[in-house]
Design a protein around this ligand. Structure first.
Ligand code: MGP
Length: 294
């Protein structure tokens, strides 16, 4: 049974809920981004990418398409909102195939064109390590030092869902403009922290295959940001945006500390409270050089 609190909010999560939306029972019900917030975050992220391009004399032209990596796609609420934005192609990543299939079902209901979304079944760490300064740095299909055991290629008949292709690392685009991070916050107890610190409260587990055994790689919320910064920010131009979706009780100083210790030279970041019906639901932290230069 879906708890009453979440069931009552279902059309806030997906306004087309009644048309056949699928939300995996459990974590997904409390993690899906409400549609109005997802739409706003998508618009703000795209706006920042365009501002960065205006300020840059290198990199992608102002009219080029925008590629946004949704690193924790889940059931697709944010990915659908990104894909709806003008000229955006979203790379929707999750290490859970069931969730990706649900996201594909939901994208179909929202009429997302296949050319605007690429579903990738992969581990977030593998994805982030595949990029440096906004460009793909290695041929992901040749990676072997860190291959996640639960995201290996599935049989071909598993690789399509609701008319969309579900790819692996080999299909990643050459370039990305922005990364959206909406990781698990450690369950519903996130509110018990007075000041939520992503370093201590966000833990991502990746299964790593090493010759004859499997081990678990733990990445905390600070390391996740650092990997994302190295994947998308470039010192040679002003491009690259990260939007980090965090709880309403996040400690802003902790977020600043993560940014500083990641080595990025941006002077500013933006912490935005996301309000629905007069109540602060979440906070989004935006990073991009345009914030320092405006
Ligand atoms: P909530 O804590 O259920 O608050 O989550 P709500 O609905 O205001 O309930 P109340 O009991 O405080 O009245 C608020 C929002 O945070 C959800 O709609 C999700 O978008 C987001 N969210 C919650 N969790 C636990 C997570 C999470 O683990 N990861 C991510 N990315 N988002 C989450």
């Amino acid at each position: 049974m879906v708890p009453d609190k979440f069931w009552a909010q279902r059309k806030r999560l997906f306004s087309r809920y009644d048309e056949g939306i699928q939300i995996e029972y459990g974590e997904m019900w409390y993690s899906v981004t409400p549609e109005s917030i997802a739409k706003h975050v998508a618009e703000r992220t795209v706006q920042m990418v365009l501002e960065c391009r205006r300020l840059s004399d290198a990199g992608a032209g102002i009219d080029d398409g925008i590629v946004i990596l949704d690193a924790f796609c889940g059931c697709g609420g944010n990915a659908i909102a990104f894909a709806a934005a003008n000229r955006v192609k979203v790379i929707a990543v999750d290490n859970d195939l069931t969730r990706l299939k649900m996201a594909a079902n939901n994208a179909r209901i929202y009429g997302v064109a296949e050319s605007d979304i690429l579903f990738v079944h992969a581990d977030v760490v593998d994805i982030l390590l595949s990029y440096s300064k906004g460009s793909r740095r290695i041929d992901p299909s040749k990676r072997c030092e860190h291959e996640s055991s639960d995201t290996k290629a599935s049989p071909d008949n598993d690789r399509r869902a609701s008319g969309y292709k579900i790819s692996g690392l080999e299909s990643l685009p050459e370039r990305i403009d922005a990364i959206f991070l909406s990781p698990p916050w450690g369950g519903m107890d996130y509110e018990l922290h007075d000041n939520f610190d992503p370093v201590f409260s966000i833990t991502i587990e990746s299964k790593v295959k090493e010759q004859d055994h499997e081990s678990t790689l733990i990445t905390n919320g600070g390391e996740l940001f650092r990997m994302s910064a190295s994947a998308v920010f470039s010192d040679s131009n002003q491009n690259g945006v990260i939007a980090y979706f965090l709880p309403r009780n996040v400690n802003g100083i902790a977020v600043g500390h993560i940014a500083v210790t990641s080595g990025i030279d941006h002077e500013c970041f933006e912490l935005e409270q996301n309000v629905v019906n007069g109540k602060v639901k979440t906070v989004t932290a935006y990073f991009g050089r345009s914030l320092s230069m405006n």
